[in-house]
Design a protein around this ligand. Structure first.
Ligand code: BG6
Length: 788
């Protein structure tokens, strides 16, 4: 027995039930057999049955007799069983709680030191409120400071049936207990392999630099069980697989591979880091969720005792969605779990992208993907799959593995090892492996929408043969089909930006119909896979509804004409179609355009696009305005067009273009400052090497920037004196709009204003600074640089 641990009384509500027999008694025995229980430790069982202490002890003894793992035997068992006593009572009977309080206090007064109390609710959640209120009524819920003793409550998942009921539960819990007192059990967090993921990720520099969307292709979290629902029919039927394990275990597994490094090893830091990751999870738009989820029930399930004969509950599900956020933006995740699936398979597989071009036999081009697999079952192991040359005369690659076996699980009985860990942590007051209120909230926020879509009947329940995994093929076929569905879009305006955008979309598997005023421009792109449309009406005809049309036209008249001119999109498009204005339109135009299009049921989004043609081609920065539902519906489009994590939504029509306009104003000021600075360097009598200055500025200095990088490129191209580069600098309107808008808002913007004036004067006043500006515009925007 461990004398360093505080004396503890564990009260189990529902002590005659299944949880006590399957989890609590065996794991206490596990701890006792290893000398890990506090020296002064007792268990009070609280239940309705009219049992005596002796009946209860006989019950405990019978559980241990039947338990196959290591447990106290002989005299040690007698001593162990002596620690148990019984309090009969219904959950709402205040007298039973008074008796309980008297009992706890009587024994505690004979113990020295802090006497902690653990209340374990092994009862359905509908009893929580009554139990907590009665406990409070008997003065049993005081936190750690009152008499030096700590009171902690242990609750089991499911934490509610959905977000709303979880919140209700939290309110009850929160009104009586501080967060530090609440221990929500998710036994997956106590699994050794899962506990080890953080060390694997953050103590080895081997993986961490590539643990992100750039290197990782997809993440698959799998929990396939051989067992079924057995005697839990009545409970399980009201819950289903997604709530039973998806909302908790699977999301926690994902959080461990996806979360950022916690600040330290404290429970608070680790739980916060998990919650922060869970907060980034976003379900796909409602109309996508049906295609991205699959649910099935195994044959024979309805005959299980307690299960409704016409039950619609899933015993298998699979979900696919994409991660967002700076580290993971765009990475697809599949969550999958099922009962009676034959061989168990419980793991997280992280698949890396195959190299763009393999160094391999051209007739076997791969893909050669690496995978890191954290496996719980059938083998507790970490496996790294890699490719190596097959010994022999040919240069052939074959898949090999590095495998690390964690250890042989000591207790093969389900739950015991994990619950032993969790009970000991609760005794010691360590919350790391317990789920915080924030985490529960975030997990429900993510799961609720799927359940809602399922409730509408949009995802029919399929049947599968028990003890096989044939259903997986059907599930994956459905999810893959959703991923492979043709993505179609029209691009109007195939100038520098539009053509780059169209190519970017083609690269991402979109079918692009392109229209350009000069048809030959569109025709020339046919060889790249673009479908050229001679007229806007052709473009609309080539796209099946609901259509998405992206305008990449100069602001003002060209955009206005394409929308509202004769034969314009407003006349051609139909209800449910969407127009994206990706040009540099004035923000005030967005509201008006959105309204006019809405008359025909056409949706409108204003999207500021930064990064120049290079960005449009290989990953732009997008500032998106409009209605949230439209933004969310097209999330896959933004993800494909934007650089990693480089798009944001600004509620309201015009929000995107406003943010983009100010971006351009800022750009004017920054460019001007760089230009002026280099003019000073150029004029200095020291003969300063300008390319070198640009180079060093971009080595971790405060002014390191893409602009300086482009200037460095310009020096390479045009020479340090920028000979041949015009010092007359054009401006396209947005700087002007920023100044005007700022004036209207009463905000002084002297830097932006002066940089705009400089450009206007530049034709009359040739300067080196002007050349720098033109050179920069040439580099990022592809604008003409030549001149005097
Ligand atoms: C529980 C679920 O939380 O986890 C059970 O309620 C499931 O349905 C179990 O069988 C799986 O846990 P493990 O540790 O056996 O993988």
């Amino acid at each position: 027995m461990d004398a360093t641990l505080d004396p503890t009384t564990l009260v189990v509500f529902g002590a005659t039930g299944d949880l006590m027999a399957r989890k609590i008694v065996p794991s206490l025995a596990y701890l006792a057999a290893r000398g890990r229980l506090p020296e002064r430790f007792r268990v009070i069982g609280f239940s309705r049955r009219s049992w005596t202490d002796e009946d209860f002890r006989a019950h405990v003894r019978a559980i241990i007799d039947a338990y196959p793992g290591a447990a106290p035997r002989g005299a040690a068992l007698d001593a162990f069983v002596e620690r148990f006593s019984y309090q009969q009572g219904t959950f709402d009977d205040p007298r039973a709680y008074d008796a309980l309080a008297a009992d706890i206090q009587a024994v505690a007064s004979t113990w020295e030191g802090r006497c902690n109390r653990l209340f374990y609710l092994a009862v359905p959640p509908e009893h929580y409120r009554t139990i907590f209120e009665r406990l409070a009524g008997s003065g049993l819920v005081t936190g750690c400071d009152a008499d030096g003793a700590c009171t902690r409550v242990l609750v089991e998942k499911p934490f509610g049936k959905d977000g709303a009921s979880a919140q209700e539960l939290d309110e009850v819990l929160g009104s009586l207990f501080a967060e530090e007192q609440i221990y929500r059990i998710d036994h997956y967090l106590a699994k050794e392999m899962l506990q080890g993921i953080l060390s694997f990720r953050f103590s080895n520099t081997l993986m961490e630099p590539s643990w992100n969307a750039e290197s990782i292709q997809r993440i698959d979290v799998t929990l396939l069980e051989s067992i079924g629902v057995e005697k839990r029919g009545a409970f399980y039927d009201g819950v289903g697989a997604l709530r039973d394990v998806g909302q908790n275990h699977l999301l926690q597994m994902l959080a461990l591979v996806g979360m950022e490094r916690p600040d330290d090893l404290s429970a608070r830091s680790i739980r916060d880091a998990r919650a922060r990751f869970l907060r980034t999870l976003t379900p796909p738009p409602a109309d996508e969720m049906a295609a991205r989820s699959f649910r099935a029930q195994h044959r024979g399930y309805r005959a299980i005792q307690g299960v409704a004969p016409d039950s619609d509950t899933e015993t298998y599900f699979a979900l696919r969605f994409h991660l967002s956020g700076p580290r993971w933006g765009g990475v697809p995740v599949t969550l999958e779990s099922g009962k009676r699936m034959g061989e168990p398979l419980k793991q997280i597989a992280v698949t890396f992208r195959a190299p763009d071009a393999c160094l391999c036999d051209a007739s076997r081009p791969g893909p050669y993907e690496n995978r890191v697999i954290f496996q719980l079952e059938p083998h507790e192991s970490i496996r790294i799959e890699f490719w190596a040359k097959k010994p022999g005369f040919e240069h052939e690659l074959e898949k090999r593995e590095f495998t690390f076996f964690l250890y042989e699980k000591q207790e093969k009985v389900q739950y015991v090892e994990e619950y032993a860990t969790l009970l000991l942590d609760a005794i010691e007051g360590d919350q790391t492996l317990f789920v915080s209120t924030d985490e529960v909230r975030e997990m429900w926020r993510f799961i609720d929408p799927w359940l809602q879509v399922w409730r509408t009947g949009a995802v029919p329940l399929e049947l599968y043969e028990p003890d096989t995994s044939e259903v997986r093929d059907r599930a994956f076929a459905r999810l893959d089909e959703a991923d492979a569905r043709p993505k179609r879009i029209g691009v109007v305006g195939l100038g520098k930006m539009g053509a780059a955008l169209a190519r970017n979309l083609l690269d991402h598997g979109w079918q692009v119909v392109g229209h350009n005023r000069t048809f030959a421009v569109a025709e020339r792109m046919a060889g790249e896979g673009l479908l050229p449309a001679r007229t806007l009406s052709d473009l609309v005809a080539f796209l099946p509804p609901p259509r998405v049309v992206w305008l990449m036209l100069p602001a003002g008249e060209p955009t206005e004409q394409a929308l509202f001119g004769e034969g314009g999109l407003a006349e051609l498009l139909q209800e449910g179609d969407t127009v994206i204005d990706g040009g540099n339109s004035h923000f005030a135009d967005a509201e008006r355009r959105a309204k006019r299009l809405a008359e025909r049921g056409v949706r409108f989004l204003d999207v500021g696009t930064s990064g120049g043609p290079g960005g449009a081609r290989f990953g732009a920065c997008l500032m998106i305005g409009g209605e949230r539902s439209d933004f969310e519906r097209l999330e896959h489009l933004w993800r494909d067009v934007a650089a990693r994590d480089a798009y944001r939504f600004f509620e309201g029509h015009g929000g995107g273009h406003f943010v983009k306009m100010v971006h351009n104003g800022i750009e004017y000021g920054m460019m001007q400052a760089i230009a002026e600075g280099f003019a000073v360097l150029d004029a200095a009598p020291l003969g300063i090497d300008l390319p070198k200055a640009a180079e060093v500025y971009n080595r971790r200095s405060v002014i390191e920037s893409r602009l300086i990088g482009w200037l460095r490129e310009a020096f390479e191209l045009f020479g340090p004196d920028l000979a041949g580069v015009s010092s007359t600098v054009a401006h396209t309107g947005e700087g002007q709009w920023t100044v005007e808008t700022a004036r209207a808002l009463g905000v002084p913007v002297p830097v932006i204003e002066e940089s705009l004036e400089f450009r206007k004067r530049s034709a009359e006043r040739p300067s080196y600074a002007g050349k720098v500006l033109s050179a920069l515009r040439n580099r990022f925007g592809g604008h003409e640089a030549a001149g005097g």
